[in-house]
Ligand binder design. Structure first.
Ligand SMILES: [Zn+2]
Length: 234
């Protein structure tokens, strides 16, 4: 039996959608797609995979949602090797999650990325689930990070009467708070102090238009403000 609690992570429109070309790909077709992709990559550059196998020097670390509709490389128009990617449900940067912490540490300390991007998206099932004040079992500890964002910004959010607007704003505020969580890290503060990078950016992807929205967070101000308490450069 599927865990019915997971249904809360599936957007309502996805549950009611009719079959589209997106779900027509068979398992076998994927390997044929792979063959065609190899051909397309080597057509104008015979050494494409030889160079790809050597090493990576991406300028970007992208932390995004696991949602299948938000493919990092594709929406950014970047090729393999150009962006280091970490994805989880609702793009959270949780200090006791070794997975995201390891990804950030590696990207910042060793790959020396110039930009760290936290990218959320409207219609995020994880954020929607967190907005419901109910017991969602195994999801509770993960969603609590988003509920904490709501608590931090309760006044602003409760003042928004339209529920879908409030939901969209929580998506944005969640991105903002996850950026703050990135800036709290010793690795990010120390690398920035020594090299002037990485800088941290918050984005939201709009599924309905395909547009990436830069929330234009003030990185220098956030860094300055949080260092009153979280200064980890010494
Ligand atoms: Zn999502």
């Amino acid at each position: 039996m599927p865990d019915t609690r997971l249904l809360f992570l599936i957007p309502v429109d996805a549950l009611t959608a009719t079959k589209t070309s997106f779900d027509m790909t068979t398992y076998e077709q994927i390997f044929e797609n792979n063959r065609i992709w190899i051909e397309s990559k080597t057509k104008n550059d015979a050494a494409f995979f030889e160079k790809l196998a050597k090493e990576q020097h991406p300028d970007y670390l992208y932390i995004g949602c696991s949602d299948s509709r938000v493919p990092a490389n594709e929406i950014m128009g970047l090729e393999p090797g150009e962006v280091f990617v970490h994805r989880n449900v609702a793009n959270l940067v949780c200090s006791i999650d070794l997975n995201v912490m390891s990804s950030i540490n590696y990207a910042v300390r060793f790959l020396k990325v110039k930009h760290v991007i936290v990218c959320g998206h409207y219609n995020c099932g994880g954020v929607k689930a967190a907005m419901q004040p109910k017991d969602l079992g195994i999801l509770n500890p993960w969603l609590r990070n988003i509920r904490d964002v709501y608590r931090l910004h309760k006044e602003e959010l409760n003042a928004i009467t339209d529920e879908s607007e409030r939901y969209n704003r929580l998506v944005e505020l969640n991105v903002q708070e996850q950026c703050v969580n990135v800036i709290k890290l010793a690795s990010v503060q120390q690398e920035y102090m020594h090299h002037g990078y990485p800088r941290v950016h918050g984005w939201v992807f709009d599924l309905k238009s395909g547009m990436l929205k830069d929330l234009k967070l003030d990185f220098d101000k956030i860094l300055h403000d949080i260092q009153e308490i979280y200064k980890l450069t010494d």
